[in-house]
Design a protein. Sequence first.
Length: 109
Amino acid sequence: MIVSVLVALLLLIGLYVASHRLHGLQALVALLGLGVGMLFVVFPGLTSLAAAKLNVGRGSDLLLYFGIVGGLFVAAHYYFRFKRQEAILAEIVRALALASPFGPDLPAA
């Protein structure tokens, strides 16, 4: 029962990702992650085999480690993206302030 629910949720996430226009590498990573996730849901013993190959105690520990690293990557990605947008916005505001120092509604002196 839980396998079918998890597969359905992964398919919904896949449809959500597909509905957004991702660039090549982003789409590849997202589809690869969904594929591996679906593989691990359908065949849970593969996590233990992968953990043994990577010298990790259990498959669930391996998934936790990948989840932590993935979460840190997403957090860093959005942090740097927001910092870049903040810098662009500051440049725009600075250019507008220099173009019209008296404000948009006030006539120049």
